[in-house]
Write a new protein. Structure first.
Length: 58
């Protein structure tokens, strides 16, 4: 099933409830021996409240 998977994208807001989804994505990535890309997503309310950190580019 996962033989052709090259990468998994995991969007997260880093909340406590998103941890279950991260664990699932990590297990899938290990099982498929593929890359796991994590993307931080935030709501507009978070941005307006100043809860979003500085932009970082790698």
């Amino acid at each position: 099933m996962l033989a052709n998977v090259k990468a998994i994208l995991h969007p997260t807001d880093f909340s406590d409830t998103s941890m279950d989804a991260f664990v699932h994505a990590l297990k899938l990535a290990v099982s498929a021996q593929c890359d796991l890309h994590i993307v931080h997503v935030a709501s507009r309310e978070d941005e307006w409240a100043g809860n979003v950190g500085p932009r970082v580019r790698h």
